[in-house]
Design a protein around this ligand. Structure first.
Ligand code: KIV
Ligand code: ZN
Length: 515
């Protein structure tokens, strides 16, 4: 089924979330899904509903919130997984079930302990069951990149006969090289007798840094769906990066026989949102979305770009959403202007309380910072929960004292389930003192895994955005905080992380062996 349309399947909320430390709450997933929908991503894989109650609710919430993209749920080739995915996606305007089972000799023998014929039978059974919930069913032979070609052809023919409308070829361990992977796709399309009845898709991991190269080679050989993630987030070294795949295809229309329908001007918004929510900072020299991607340092380059942009630039920064910081709102902006502007950024609140809290934060910020940019607004809302009224801990007040030659100390007031509690602590620095004071009240038993601060815009009155990653019993969360005062931002991020970690969250990993 060759066409000139390349389908973009974003799996930031599923494979991206499998990246250690990148777990996202339901509200964060909804926020990212809305941004992806706004960018006109075709399919959003929202999670793995059988993994936990939280994953189920997140997929359900995304399915209810998103109207213009297909929402997909992952399921192993097991009845209980497929039924759970079907249930989570029930309210989606357009739903897809993605079911998978491993087909490589090593996975079948060592992980599944199944014979190839049993695997084939289970794959067909899974697709048949998924078709009871939706006529949009995707099948993946996991570790296809190391599977035997003849067996892969048999499995694909059988699942397409059973009703799979997309067959996705994963290079699960990132082992393939571009020429090899492209050839694999060409061979499959040629040899599977009913190949014209399904869209061929690819899903490449980046263990050798080849995920984007392999995906593009597959597209040149007939694949018409690419699975990818914002900023290349994902298991281990990550997945193919959405922005790189999309911009390569768009920039090299002289080579690619297809294009996506994405509005690429939303790329930077999505990139910042995902980086903020997960705490995975984008490296400055990352293609497309890195801070230096369009910066010309050397004199020769600057001279060339000033004379004619095309001398050194193959894409326009504004086409991927890089804009010069734009003043959008100020101290005198009203609630309606605030709401309208957030809507233009793709940010919506489910309740009036959420909007009220965001507006009051905005007013506080506008008192301290005269010029408010889009980036400030994005940071401001990214730490706000859509479910603020149900949060156990709230930062009420913080006072820190830091003086040369003296030990810094912090006094904190937290609301714990509505009751105000106070604590005082000293520390190695004001942030350390503030965290210790919070822990004197909460005694969370967590371990701090990451603390990072970055500036949102330039200037000394810029907001600092802080990420705090906490771990307890293997459960990892990221907390976010933004403020013009980085100690306050840090305390907010810590409290934000605590509110997330107290929600119990045992979850299964989809690709574990005990099917
Ligand atoms: O990498 C992989 O094989 C996967 C499958 C579940 C598609 O993520
Ligand atoms: Zn994967």
């Amino acid at each position: 089924m060759s066409s000139d349309r390349l389908i973009i399947f974003d799996t930031t909320l599923r494979d991206g979330e499998q990246s250690p430390g990148a777990s996202m709450t339901r509200d964060e997933k909804v926020r990212i899904a809305r941004a992806l929908e706004r960018m006109r991503v075709d399919v959003i894989e929202a999670g793995f509903p059988i993994a936990s109650g939280g994953d189920f609710e997140a997929v359900q919430a995304v399915a209810r919130a998103v109207k213009d993209s297909t929402v997909c749920g992952l399921a192993r080739a097991l009845d209980r997984d497929i039924d759970r995915a079907g249930e989570a996606l029930k309210d989606a305007k357009s739903a897809r079930i993605h079911t998978f089972i491993a087909t490589s000799p090593i996975h079948m023998k060592m992980k599944l302990r199944m014979e190839p014929d049993q695997v084939l039978e289970q794959a067909v059974k899974a697709v048949t069951r998924a078709r009871k919930y939706t006529d949009n069913v995707e099948f993946s032979p996991e570790d296809a990149g190391r599977s035997e070609l003849d067996f892969l052809c048999r499995v694909l023919e059988a699942v397409i006969d059973a009703g799979a409308t997309t067959v996705n070829i994963p290079d699960t361990v990132g082992y393939n090289l571009p020429h090899q992977f492209g050839q694999l796709i060409a061979d499959l399309i040629e040899r599977v007798p009913n190949a014209d009845k399904a869209v061929f898709s690819v899903h490449c991991h980046n263990d050798l840094g080849l995920a984007v190269g392999n995906s593009l080679s597959a597209v040149l050989n007939g694949a018409r769906q690419v699975e990818c993630t914002i900023n290349g987030l994902g298991e281990r070294a990550g997945n193919a990066s959405l922005e790189e795949v999309v911009m390569a295809v768009r920039t090299r229309q002289d080579v690619f026989p297809c294009d996506t329908r994405l509005d690429t001007t939303n790329i930077m918004t999505c990139s910042r949102l995902v980086s903020g929510v997960t705490g995975f900072v984008v490296q400055p020299n990352k293609a497309i979305v890195g801070a230096n991607a369009f910066a010309h340092e050397s004199g020769i380059h600057q001279d060339g770009v000033l004379k004619s942009r095309e001398t050194y630039e193959i894409m326009r920064a504004q086409d991927v959403g890089w804009t010069a910081n734009r003043i959008v709102l100020g101290k005198h902006s009203g609630r309606n202007a605030f709401r309208t502007h957030l809507e233009q950024l793709g940010i919506a609140f489910d309740s009036e309380e959420g909007l009220n809290e965001a507006f009051s934060r905005f007013k506080d910020l506008a008192d301290k910072k005269h010029e408010i940019y889009d980036e400030d607004l994005q940071a401001l809302v990214s730490e706000l929960s859509l479910d603020a009224e149900n949060e156990q801990f709230k930062l009420i007040a913080l006072k820190v004292c830091s003086e040369t030659g003296e030990t810094p100390d912090a006094s904190i007031t937290l609301s714990v389930n509505g009751e105000e509690k106070h604590a005082h602590s000293s520390g190695g620095g004001p942030v350390d003192a503030a965290f210790k004071a919070i822990e004197m009240i909460v005694n969370s038993g967590t371990e701090l895994q990451l603390y990072s601060v970055s500036n949102i815009t330039s200037g000394t009155d810029a907001q600092g955005e802080v990420t705090v990653r906490l771990e307890r019993g293997g459960h990892i969360v990221n907390g976010l905080g933004a403020d013009t005062d980085i100690v306050i931002a840090s305390a907010r991020a810590y409290v934000n992380a605590l509110n997330k970690i107290i929600r119990p969250e045992g979850r299964e990993h989809p690709q574990r062996g005990d099917v």
